[in-house]
Design a protein around this ligand. Structure first.
Ligand code: GLU
Length: 405
């Protein structure tokens, strides 16, 4: 099943519990606007290459469209629609006044030079400038898009529109209007969710083993925080494969090796395939890479008691059901990884008000939002005797539908 089909199945489960009207469900299933465009880029050795660019503006009933831009070979319209829909749910779960959107380019950015990457990023903005803006649509980083890329995009937007507020892109570098705490925000928000669920399940950090699948920006910051809090990280992986050590791995050491040699697999530890690592012994499994990694084919083999979704869409609906039947708690993406977009919202507020908040101010605002949202989802899960994803969707869908009216 495609990512968008999965998203619609998740919506269907919540809509059924809510007793939503068919006309409301139909409105929630349709993106408001879909942009698909060519981005011509002059490649360093002279010829012109065309890349496929996307932006899906799914729902803006609760505020401007909000969501990242992904650079990945797997990017296509179906994936963009799913991710944009999940953003609308996510902003509603944490109750920030923004909608949902997503963009991307089908490209392997590791194969581009820095100047080609800059041209591609500016090219995306040239195609989208009239459709985005502080009150319309506010993009941000996602898989493989960095603060530097946001700086190029924000600069291109300012040149094309004379809007120098910086409030059209979030996730910018600090000296270009970025927010303190934005780079680690997704990991930080996930950490608060981890803290909430381990307390409820009486799991003690020092006796809790964690495996993290994906060691990009999100996986790394999350790993660092849980490591510092005394949890034991026993497995880590990236796109090249994974490593496992039942006695625990040192996150900073692993990161050093990844930076020097390109992958975690060069670290001195038992090597294990990137997907095999999902099935290794641990208490908490953290998918932090891409969609559809926990499926009907491997869900049964997962040993963790908790799956904390730091990636978007890592678990398919069939896998969800298998995990639920096994008594595994899945803390859903739309809650667990919402720290990133929440701090993006703070960045947008700071840009609009020409303010710069300290890191402690940012964290002091993020923490209660994450804990309160977790609590609300947990309460709905208990009250209705449903899984955490359906609980989160119910809260979000109610808010979106009421805003649409
Ligand atoms: N790409 C991130 C996400 O999937 C952040 C989006 C944002 O900050 O707008 O939540």
């Amino acid at each position: 099943m495609s990512a968008f089909d999965n998203a619609m199945t998740q919506l269907g489960l919540a809509a059924e519990k809510l007793g939503l009207k068919e006309s409301d469900i139909l409105k929630l299933r349709e993106p408001n606007k879909v942009y698909e465009f060519d981005i011509p880029v002059q490649i360093d050795d002279g010829y012109e290459k065309i890349f496929n660019g996307y932006r899906v503006q799914f729902n803006n009933a609760r505020g401007p469209y909000k969501g990242g831009i992904r650079y990945h070979p797997q990017v296509d319209l179906d994936e963009m629609k799913a991710l944009a829909f999940w953003m609308a749910i996510k902003t509603a779960v944490v109750n920030i006044p923004m909608g949902g959107g997503k963009g991307g380019v089908s490209v392997d950015p590791k194969k581009l030079s820095k100047s080609e990457l800059e041209k591609l990023s500016r090219g995306w903005v040239q195609k989208m400038a009239e459709h985005i803006g502080p009150r319309k649509d506010v993009p941000a980083p996602d898989v493989n898009t960095t603060p530097q890329i946001m700086a190029w995009m924000s600069d291109e937007y300012a040149k094309l529109t004379n809007d120098s507020s910086g409030a059209t892109f979030t996730g910018k570098p600090l000296d270009k209007g970025g927010s303190e705490g934005r780079e680690s925000a997704t990991g930080q928000g996930g950490f608060y969710c981890l803290d909430e669920i381990t307390k409820r399940l009486s799991m003690n950090p020092s006796q809790t083993c964690i495996i993290i699948h994906g060691f990009g920006n999100v996986g790394f910051h999350f790993a660092r925080l849980v490591h510092d809090a005394g949890y034991k990280i026993v497995g880590l992986s990236d796109s090249k494969g994974g490593i496992y050590n039942a006695d625990g791995l040192d996150v900073d050491d692993v990161m050093r090796v990844k930076k020097d040699k390109g992958s975690v697999i060069n670290y001195e530890a038992e090597k294990i395939g990137g997907s095999a690592i999902l099935e290794k012994q641990c208490d908490i499994l953290v998918p932090a890479a891409l969609e559809n990694v926990i499926t009907k084919d491997n869900a049964d083999k997962i040993k963790a008691k908790v799956v904390l979704e730091m990636a978007n869409g890592p678990t398919t609906p069939e896998a969800d059901k298998i995990l639920r039947d096994k008594g595994v708690y899945v803390v859903p993406d739309v809650l667990a990884n919402a720290g990133g977009v929440t701090v993006s919202y703070f960045e947008w507020q700071q840009n609009l008000a020409s303010e710069h908040w300290s890191e402690s101010d940012v964290l002091a605002k993020l923490e209660p939002i994450m804990r309160k949202s977790f609590n609300a989802v947990w309460k709905a899960h208990e009250e209705h005797n449903i899984d955490l994803r359906t609980a989160a969707f119910m809260l979000a869908v109610k808010r979106i539908v009421s805003a649409m009216k």
